[in-house]
Write a new protein. Structure first.
Length: 457
């Protein structure tokens, strides 16, 4: 099945292809023809299924060719992050069409939004509260809306937006097309659907992104400045062979890939500043195993589709919680076992809480002995810091080994010792891996990575 076969216009098909998508997802295959036919749709689909393109593409097509610069489509979302993301999709998929979009949400100044609306837009993406503020100030005219989309309607109800929704519905023309997307079918959603959908078509997709439930997720509490060292240790000591690592910034991705290379781990970075050629090459090397660690930003990773990717690491937590779900959805696909770890420093606690709220579960947290927050590294680059830092407690914690010359290398435990076999031993003395994280181990015994750059420059 192709996008063109779903009835989408060439300009939309082209935009989708340029974005790197070749095949529609199941929700797109089901929803796009229905929306194009002007039906009301009740869709059971959660984040990660491709639902955004599922309503954005046909919506753009239906608006194309009609009157311009009048608000004709309204997309309501529960959060500002989702609003921004949806509007970005509208711009991406609509880039070859002359339609204009605007996005409004609370928490930022209202005046630039009023100005933007004054310039005229065809599509408005909004969170309910700010939209009502704008309507109250007569800064937005909703009387010509033809298509209404409620995205993540269940979350909107969870967040208490039902009254706002009713007030917004009252401002819209009676005759319009309505699309409701929701991850769950609670009684409240059914009631909402009955109230405002007309003879809806139902579509539902199997949850592609059940990652939040099926992927093994582990949080390591660690200081920011020791994350790289811990990462190298985890990869090396567990002998992870294919690891996708997420950073928040392009610069951070570059730097991390470079540092991991120095630890003897073949690494490449992909992000928006890299040419398409460089990205394709890095991805091919990663898939073939020539590159062991791929460091990516969220945007760059969107096009990555690797079956059975075993390990995903959040080097930094995303500030948009939905991105966490996207990230970990890269592992554990198609029933394969997936494993996602997050290295979380004190500054990221709030991000962690938002993520746990979104996925509705508390992630298990651990501290790797020798890498506990507040303990110092014995990596050579941080010699000075180490001298000033307190020494770790004895017991299970690894002894510090001040004589080491390259203590931070991949697979090297924090004390710099490699154990009798010459293999790195886990910090808990268990040759299979670090304390409290038996689930992160593969079946093979940990091995030192090949080609340690520090020793063999
Ligand atoms: P969504 O469920 O809309 O949040 O989308 C989930 C992810 O899938 C996003 O990163 C989209 O960019 C991506 N995506 C959407 N449609 C497709 C497609 N047809 N092929 C590959 N990826 C897609």
């Amino acid at each position: 099945m192709s996008f063109a076969a779903l009835g989408l216009a060439p300009d939309l098909v082209r935009a989708v292809a340029e974005h790197g998508y070749t095949t529609p997802t199941p929700i797109q295959t089901q929803a796009i023809p229905l929306v194009l036919a002007g039906k009301d749709v009740l869709a059971g689909a959660q984040t990660g299924t491709g639902k955004t393109a599922g309503f954005t593409l046909p919506m753009l097509q239906r608006l194309h060719g009609g009157p311009r610069r009048k608000l004709r489509a309204l997309v309501l979302t529960p959060t500002r992050e989702l609003a921004a993301q949806v509007e970005e999709s509208v711009r991406t998929y609509g880039k070859h069409l002359p339609l204009r979009s605007a996005v409004v949400f609370g928490g930022v100044g209202i005046n630039p939004q009023i100005e933007k609306l004054r310039q005229g837009a065809d599509i408005l993406v909004a969170t309910p509260g700010r939209l009502l503020d704008l309507a109250g100030q007569k800064a937005v005219d909703l009387s010509s809306i033809e298509i209404l989309v409620l995205d993540e309607a269940d979350r909107m109800l969870d967040m208490g937006f039902i009254h706002d929704l009713r007030r917004i519905l009252a401002l819209l023309p009676k005759r319009r097309q309505n699309l409701l997307f929701s991850a769950t079918y609670s009684d409240d959603i059914k009631k909402l659907a009955e109230q405002f959908l007309h003879n809806p078509e139902y579509v539902e997709v199997a949850r592609r992104n059940t990652a939040a439930e099926t992927v093994q997720q582990q949080v390591y509490a660690v200081d920011q400045k020791r994350k790289r060292e811990l990462l190298s240790y985890l990869i090396g000591s567990n002998d992870w062979r294919q690891v996708l690592v997420f950073t928040r910034t392009k610069h951070g991705a570059n730097r991390l890939a470079e540092q991991l290379g120095k630890d003897g781990l073949t690494s490449a970075a992909i992000h928006g500043n890299k040419s398409q050629g460089a990205r394709t090459r890095a991805l091919a090397d990663f898939k073939s195993g020539a590159v062991r660690v791929l460091v990516a930003t969220d945007i760059a990773a969107r096009g990555i589709d690797i079956d059975q990717l075993p390990h995903v690491v959040n080097f930094e937590l995303p500030n948009v919680p939905e991105d966490y779900v996207h990230r970990i959805g890269r592992t554990g696909r198609a029933g394969a076992e997936g494993h996602a770890i997050s290295l979380v420093c004190a500054d990221e606690r709030d991000y962690l809480k938002s993520i746990e709220r979104l996925i509705r579960r508390t992630l298990s947290q651990t501290q790797l002995p020798g890498f506990e927050p507040g303990t110092a590294s014995n990596a050579p680059a941080e010699d000075e810091e180490r001298r000033r830092a307190p020494r770790p407690r004895s017991g299970n914690a690894p002894r510090r080994h001040d004589g080491t010359r390259d203590g931070a290398g991949a697979g090297r435990r924090p004390d710099g010792n490699r154990g009798r076999s010459g293999q790195p031993r886990a910090a808990n003395g268990n040759a299979r891996g670090p304390a409290k994280s038996g689930e992160v181990n593969g079946n093979r015994a940990p091995q030192a990575p090949r080609g340690r750059a520090r020793r063999n420059p």
